[in-house]
Design a protein around this ligand. Sequence first.
Ligand code: PLP
Length: 230
Amino acid sequence: MGIKDALQRVENRIHEACLRSGRDPREIQLMGVSKFHGSDEVAEAWDAGLRLFGENRVQEAAEKFPGFMETHAGCELHMIGTLQRNKVKAAVQLFHCIQSVDRVELITELGKHTAGREKPLPILLEMHTGEASKAGFPDLDSLSRGAEQVLECPGLVIRGLMTMAPYTDDTAVVRSSFKTLSAARDRLAERFPGCDWSCLSMGMSNDFEIAIEEGATLLRVGTMIFGDRV
Ligand SMILES: *Cc1c(COP(=O)(O)O)cnc(C)c1O
């Protein structure tokens, strides 16, 4: 199956999941996770209508996207992988949003490199909700400390939360991970009513329908759009 058909199939499934769960498809953004896939595949997805892309390594994104974005106005690129301190400077120049902000030290570093900006850089705070890698803020209090740190940085602005569910066939475990993120968002919105917590980035190829049912507003889908990463 080509990328165009694969994308159509994902969009149909998103639509059906929205119907089942009483959600409005217009409040859900689909990201194509293009890691390990080349710019020709990105272009194919673009031609099929996809506008938002995600990469998990700065170096790979830097090879693929700057030229593409120059000729494709409206292309949006988010960082979704663990960000090392020494890559922050390049990352804030390349990405429109850093979704994988998983520790206070990273916020401090991002703050330094965005200090003089006219428009602040959108970020999501990543919460650890059970996935094996252990990336992310572990609980509500650590997320709150993260949010406080972001408020100290005029070059950064919070847009919401992201998580990765554990990789398992046990849908109850996956659902509980998404529920944890959604509940954390509700609490943070009470604690920090001045911030925008509207984005819930959760759901990948194998679990995006559960994510929709649990309130996701941004789905990060790689394999189901681009095929296996080889
Ligand atoms: C690779 C990746 C995805 C996409 O995973 P698929 O299973 O291929 O859809 C989503 N989010 C993050 C953080 C990733 O690293």
